[in-house]
Ligand binder design. Structure first.
Ligand code: FAD
Length: 446
């Protein structure tokens, strides 16, 4: 059946849901199409379930750090129970997301959407016409194209593993691999992480990545760097990974954590002249594709910004303000913090120490060992290293990176300081609750 809307949104993740409900609230007639779980990756099989699992790791780590300092038993992670707790968060998400869209007067369609040569979208028997189409189809796990690739599991499988096996192997050293390594090793698994070169987490500060790897090694995680897996074979006890030389590793389960690929293939973008590359859909600074009636946002984009939930939300807010005529300016991103929720946590924002070192006339960078600072020593954290980069001319903070258990909170303060161009003097005029990580902020300028 043919139906007409002001806007048709494809994909119901953070990006699509944000745009659809806000456009409907602005009085537009909106439809949204989803082919899998309503709510998309983040709340179903991404950030949120992962951080629920991490809660147990954080609690256990705190207890380990305080052994013989007031505590005497190390809690054990009961994986099936933790998984059930995780599911109490994820199970309601699809229905709640769909209900929320419908109660915002967004018409929902379930099925795989694709463009027709008539510049309409086909979903099952329905053909949807619209003044604007908005593509928010996100990304999915990629697979290394090697012999035995059918044995790979993905991040989706890890986040719903019924039992934690004795051995797991993660192939690919991005942030998801480091996070899963921390979770699985705390849950009792022997963890192997394989990286094809010597630079896992390549977007993060090299020195802090080394420190993080040392911490994970101390917890029993095995790193195999410069190892290019070419084959996986199954046997009755699990899987054997091998390279073209003499590397052999046996594992109960093998996860491919080599990154994510944009969901573009089934959209038939060629029918409507929307250009893309292997990183995703190409857009201009108004999130408009090469077809002026079609916009795109979120993880499906080919972009230099990191593919993260708050970035998708930011783009959704921008696109709504642009499409409703409230903002005619190009999109301008604030500083974007990036995280590795491992153990400890690693975070980064703004100008990196590496850039600072390559531009000594412009930037000054310093590395602070904060392990003995009260905020970290009171819970006996094994490591707390913080790097700050200041602009030599203005003296303002322009970048920061940190490795400690509080990095996920600390990095947000640094981001705000950078965006608000907060000087050392302005910081001393503020009163922060003491003792907290925020009350340490002024020390980073001295
Ligand atoms: P998605 O949420 O992926 O939504 C796209 C939707 O489109 C999907 O539901 C899909 O089914 C649907 N779709 C695709 N094609 C079609 C089609 N043809 N027709 C209809 N529907 C279609 N980010 C963070 O900020 N912090 C984190 O800690 C973090 N952790 C993560 C951990 C994991 C394991 C993973 C996988 C991701 C994590 N991310 C994290 C990234 C974050 O989840 C994504 O950046 C975010 O979900 C992207 O939102 P989106 O709306 O662009 O895409």
């Amino acid at each position: 059946m043919k139906k007409h809307f002001d806007s048709v949104v494809i994909g119901s993740g953070v990006a699509g849901m944000g745009v659809a409900s806000s456009l409907a609230a602005a009085g537009k007639k909106v439809a949204i199409i989803e082919e899998d779980l309503w709510g998309g990756t983040c709340p179903n099989r991404g950030c949120d379930p992962k951080k629920v699992l991490l809660s147990a790791v954080e609690a256990r780590d705190k207890a380990i750090q305080l052994q013989n300092k007031g505590l005497h038993t190390v809690p054990e992670i009961d994986w099936p129970e933790l998984m059930a707790f995780k599911e109490s968060f994820t199970r309601p998400v699809p229905e709640q997301s769909k209900d929320s869209l419908q109660s915002s007067d967004v018409e929902t369609f379930y099925g795989s959407a694709s463009f027709t040569p008539r510049q309409t979208v086909q979903v099952n028997e329905d053909e949807l016409e619209a003044d604007q189409f908005i593509i928010a189809t996100g990304a999915r796990p990629s697979f290394l194209d090697i012999e035995g690739k059918e044995h790979f599991l993905t991040s989706n499988d890890f986040l719903s593993l019924p039992e934690m096996p004795e051995t797991i192997t993660l192939v690919g050293g991005g942030y998801i691999a480091f996070e899963f390594a921390a979770i699985a090793s705390a849950a009792g698994a022997e963890v192997h992480l394989i990286q094809h070169n010597d630079r896992p987490l390549k977007a993060f500060d090299k020195e802090l990545v080394q420190l993080l790897m040392e911490q994970l090694k101390a917890r029993g995680v095995h790193f195999h760097l410069n190892t290019e897996i070419t084959k996986i074979t199954a046997d009755e006890k699990g899987f054997t990974l091998s390279d073209d030389s003499d590397f052999r590793l046996h594992s109960d389960l093998v996860f491919c954590t080599t990154g994510r690929i944009p969901n573009t293939e089934t959209l038939h973008l060629e029918n409507v002249g929307v250009e893309s590359d292997k990183k995703g859909i190409l857009v201009n600074e108004f999130l408009q594709t090469s077809n002026s009636s079609i916009f795109a946002l979120g993880d499906v984009l080919s972009k230099s910004q990191p593919k993260l939930t708050p970035v998708s939300s930011f783009e959704a807010n921008y696109l709504v303000s642009y499409l409703t005529g409230k903002n005619s300016q190009p999109i301008s991103y604030p500083s974007i913090p990036t995280m590795v929720f491992s153990a400890p946590k690693l975070a980064q924002v703004g100008v990196t120490a590496e850039t600072a070192e390559n531009n000594p006339s412009k930037y000054e960078s310093s590395t602070i060992d904060a392990t003995n600072w009260f905020s970290y020593s009171r819970s006996n954290e094994p490591v707390s290293t913080i790097k700050v980069v200041t602009d030599k001319q203005t003296g303002l903070l322009v970048g920061a990176a940190c490795l400690n258990n509080e990095a996920d909170e600390l990095i947000n303060y640094f981001s705000r300081m950078i965006d608000q161009k907060m000087s050392a003097e302005e910081l001393t005029e503020k009163v922060f609750a003491y003792p907290t990580i925020a009350s340490d902020l002024s020390y980073f300028y001295s």
